[in-house]
Design a protein around this ligand. Sequence first.
Ligand code: ATP
Ligand code: MG
Length: 321
Amino acid sequence: MRIAVAGSIATDHLFTFEGRFADSLLAEQLSNVSLSFLASDLKVRRGGTGANIAFGMGVLGHSPLLVGAVGKDSAEYLTWLQEHGVDTTHVRVSDTLASARFTCTTDQDHAQIATFFPGAMVEAAEIDIAGVGEVDLVVVAPDDPGAMLRHSASCRERGVPFAADPSQQLAFMDGDAIRGLVEGATYLFTNDYEAKLVHEKTGWSADDVLDVVGTRITTHGADGISIFQKGQPVIEVAPAPAREVVEPTGVGDAFRAGFLCAIGWGLSLERSAQVGALVATHVVETIGTQEYTFTADGFLDRFAEVYGEDARAELAPHLTL
Ligand SMILES: Nc1ncnc2c1ncn2[C@@H]1O[C@H](COP(=O)(O)OP(=O)(O)OP(=O)(O)O)[C@@H](O)[C@H]1O
Ligand SMILES: [Mg+2]
């Protein structure tokens, strides 16, 4: 199964400031703020939802086609993704703009001053997803909103199955945009909170959603996953317990990566969600969204521990890392 993942490709630059912003922000001087903080630490994290999902799929042995836009400053990042199995042929490299970047400084009170620069990401709207050639599924993950709408519309018009994964972009979209993004999707991914946002903003009931999408997958953090299909009983899937909760950022993307790989292998919805859950657990246990590693044997052992020997037997032939 050939899967294209369209979504953002970005880096996070996370600074630590040992002092307190509040000590430097003088109420009477707010109209001419000019401040600089001496950072004691900088962590550069690879991220972006498209890149996170594609990375996870690559690690599991798929070769996803990543579709998105970056600047020329992302050469090293693209090499990293290629080394982890991602096909970056269809990543557009901007001639003029730098890559999307999130910069955040955190002080000792955990107060934060952050800036997000979308940069080259805006050029994602110029990408014609039909240009990636024949694919069996397109994942429309958070990206430039114009790009997301364009990809969904293109898939719908051409009869190409797509997965709607609007995630955090739902907060900035109105009902019309959400309907345009979701209608006709083979899969709709959201977490609990986002599921409610879809209902509120579109006016759709849960039943209405199942009239316009094939399968709805709703994640509940450490409480697992529910899978809905019209006229079918709900499938509830348990999470894979984390040995240690280190940093959950990126769990949603990792879940999608595992789920989609398993669907690509022809596994059932329930099994696929279990694979997604175990990949997500690896993210919970590491700092960063693309830092987890595993071996086929290690993954399978843990899969059997949580979901049983039958589950291992079904997954084993596909997980050939
Ligand atoms: N603390 C946890 N322990 C084990 N598994 C977890 C934990 N948190 C999340 N997961 C797994 O990851 C899946 C997705 O989590 P969640 O519903 O929090 O996604 P999300 O809200 O989209 O996350 P984010 O947007 O921060 O990446 C869950 O269904 C579960 O399987
Ligand atoms: Mg999410």
